[in-house]
Every structure is written in C-alpha cells, then in structure tokens.
Design a protein around this ligand. Structure first.
Ligand SMILES: [Zn+2]
Ligand SMILES: [Zn+2]
Length: 392
C-alpha cells in the first residue's frame, strides 16, 4: 500500500540525514543502524520495503507509478563506510573510532532516499521503480551477494542505474561513459619459502629476497609485454614482507598486491601468465610457493543505450553545467559491476568539487551541495525513462 507523503525532504532535511549517516559509519555487512534508519525514512514516506537482503542489511523499496503498469527499473545506492580514521573536527565527523564515510556512500544513500521520498509523494510515472540500498561495496562485494541471492529474479527490472560522487570534478558537472567506467579488480598474496641462512654464506641457502625482487620486476612484463599496447592494465605489488636481521637471509617472503584491467579475456590471460611466472621462478630458485590469487570485481561496463539515457537526463537538468563524455575510465573498481553484468544499465559520476579530498582519504567529505543535484537526477531519470504506460 502506498500512502502520500505530506512533505518532500528539503535541503536542510537532506543535510541532516547525510550528517547522521556520516556520524555513524558502519562497514561491510554490519550496516545495522544505517539500514534501520533507511527503513524508517522509506516507511514514513509510504514506500513498500523488503529488508534483510544482501546478507542482512540490504533493502529494496518498491514504488509503483500512478499512471499504470509499464517498465521496471532499479536505482542503486551503496550504504557502507571504510576502515579509515577521519581527520576532521566537523560537527558531523565520525563518532566511531577507526571508521568513516571516506567514499561518500552517506551522500549516495541520502540522495536515493531523497528521490524515493519525492517520487513517493507524486509518483507521476508509469511502471515500477526499485530503490536498492546495497551493503558492503568496499572490497566485500555486497552487490555480488544481492545478485546471487536473486535480486533480479525477486524484483524483475529491465535496467539498473548507479552513480558515484567524483572528487576533482566541479559540483554541477557530470561524466558519462558509453562503455567501461571502472576496472576489474583482482588481489594476490604470494608466499615464497626457501632455506634461511647466514647472510655471509648465501650459497648455503636459497635467497627468497633475491627471488622476490626478480619477481616484482618480472611481473611488470605482464603489463609491457603481455598486454596489447591498445589495452589498459595495471599491476602493483603493494606489500613485501621479509626478514628481521642484517645478517640473516630469511626463510620466507610474502608479497601482496593488485591487478586491474577492463577486458575479461585479458584478465584471464594475465592471471595465467602470473601463475606461469611464479612457477618458473620457484623452480629456478628451488622455492616452495603458496599462491592465493583472487578475482574480486569484474569491470564496470555501461550499456550504450542506458548511458545515453543518463546523459540526456543530465543535460536536461538546470543544475548541471557540463556533461563530460570523454573522461578516461578509472582504474578503481566498483561492485555495481555485478549488477551491470546481470542487467543493462549505466553508472555515472557527479562532481564532488575541485577542492574535494580524494576518495578514501581521511580528509574526504561528501559535498552537501551535490545532494539536491543527485536527488533531482534520480527523480528526472525515473520521470523520463518511465514516461509511457505499457500498451497491453
Ligand atoms: Zn570506495
Ligand atoms: Zn565508493
């Protein structure tokens, strides 16, 4: 049953909601307070909600248009925070030690709530909108969990849309990509085990430090020699742990890092060649190997038709001064990719301001001036996409 809201959330209310989420950041699959607050706001607005999704804290709200049956779409916001200690003395700074909304998901949640409330008050469209509040975007794949537990079977929808605030891009500017937006994301942990020995007599042992250094150099060959020059991939070894003394060659060394690219066949090829390189190195040096290579998120790839719809909506908004069509995709990753693998759709960037600290930086804060723009984008996307009732 859908009731009619008496008021639409104004800018002050939106800021209040955003600051409340920001003060109480919760990380992957533990967004209990956040989820409860989202449910309260949606219920007060008269929307039908389904809770307990995506491992427990995910929510889908359903809104039917008053102009009869029609198409069905999904709008998605991520709700989780990060394990980062906030460097801010703002009144709305995090009250949870070691956790903060350093990626602006507090703002994403607020914008989608604002749109849900506004559309609930006047559902002047045909068809059905699903407002998807997804947990655990940061590294833990809450989007994958929602898709695998049957998001699109339980809530049939023909297309799905997402967005992210974008530091460095002025508020009022947006970016739309016709295809790839964000990269695929893999991580690896590699432990090489040799025979420790006195540093003065390396011939009596097997030197894992030398082997690890050779491997770090050799792995860059995956990018320069195995990746076609017209494609993009990046590999970073980000951790290297070994040894305790000046005069001891250690027994083990551990390497960790990440590999990112856009193309699935290339991704599989690089993973295979990575294994080959490790195997060959271990054989040459006589080392034992424990290798854990985990593919995490696929690349986030927009479908052209849906990207063009989003661009047209953005270009129709008076608050949007410029829509970029030619920004390079980001090598960062996004688990909305799992939803885009299952349904057509598009994921756009909205400027968080040129002065904004980078995403995941302890000084980062979502820009409250962006909130009403994001709300209006969602509302107009629904009104323009679900303009026509179905004829049957
Ligand atoms: Zn993030
Ligand atoms: Zn994010």
């Amino acid at each position: 049953m859908t009731q009619t809201l008496t008021t639409v959330p104004d800018v002050d209310t939106l800021r209040e909601w955003r600051h409340d989420f920001h003060r109480h950041p919760e990380t992957a699959f533990a967004e209990h307070r956040t989820s409860q607050r989202i449910a309260e706001i949606l219920t007060e607005a008269g929307l039908d909600i389904v809770t307990g999704l995506g491992g427990g804290t995910g929510i889908v709200a359903i809104l039917d248009g008053k102009r009869g049956p029609g198409r069905s779409i999904g709008l998605r916001a991520d709700i989780d925070a990060l394990d980062v200690t906030e460097a801010s003395d703002a009144p709305h700074a995090s009250r949870i030690p070691g956790k903060m909304h350093a990626c602006g998901h507090d703002g994403h949640t607020t914008m989608l709530l604002g749109a849900a409330c506004q559309l609930a008050r006047n559902p002047d469209f045909a068809g059905r909108v699903h407002f998807i509040f997804q947990p655990a975007e940061e590294s833990e794949g809450g989007g994958q969990v929602m898709v695998e537990e049957g998001l699109f079977e339980r809530f049939p929808m023909e297309a799905v849309y997402g967005l992210h605030n974008w530091p460095g891009l002025p508020v009022g500017e947006a970016a739309v990509h016709d295809s790839a937006v964000m990269a695929a994301f893999d991580v690896f942990t590699l432990t090489l085990t040799g025979k420790g020995c006195h540093a003065a007599m390396p011939h009596l042992g097997t030197d894992v430090v030398l082997a690890a250094c050779q491997l770090v150099s050799q792995l860059q060959g995956l990018i320069s020699r195995e990746t076609p020059a017209h494609q993009t991939a990046v590999l970073s070894v980000t951790q290297l742990h070994a040894g305790d003394a000046f005069n001891v060659i250690p027994e083990t060394v551990e390497l960790r890092g990440t590999l990112r690219c856009f193309d699935e066949p290339l991704r599989a090829h690089l993973q295979q060649r990575f294994h080959d390189a490790v195997e060959a190195l271990a054989r040459f040096h006589g080392l034992g190997v424990a290798f854990d290579y985990q593919p995490r998120y696929p690349a986030t790839i927009n479908t052209l038709e849906q990207a063009q719809h989003c661009a047209a909506v953005l270009e129709s908004l008076p608050e949007i001064t410029r829509v970029h069509h030619d920004l390079p995709p980001s090598m960062a990753s996004e688990d909305f990719a799992f939803m885009l693998n299952a349904r057509p759709g598009a994921y756009i960037w909205l400027g968080n301001g040129e002065e904004s600290a980078a995403l995941h930086n302890p000084h980062y804060d979502f820009n409250d001036h962006l909130t009403p723009i994001g709300v209006n984008y969602w509302v107009q996307l629904v009104r323009q996409l679900l303009d026509t009732p179905s004829v049957d």
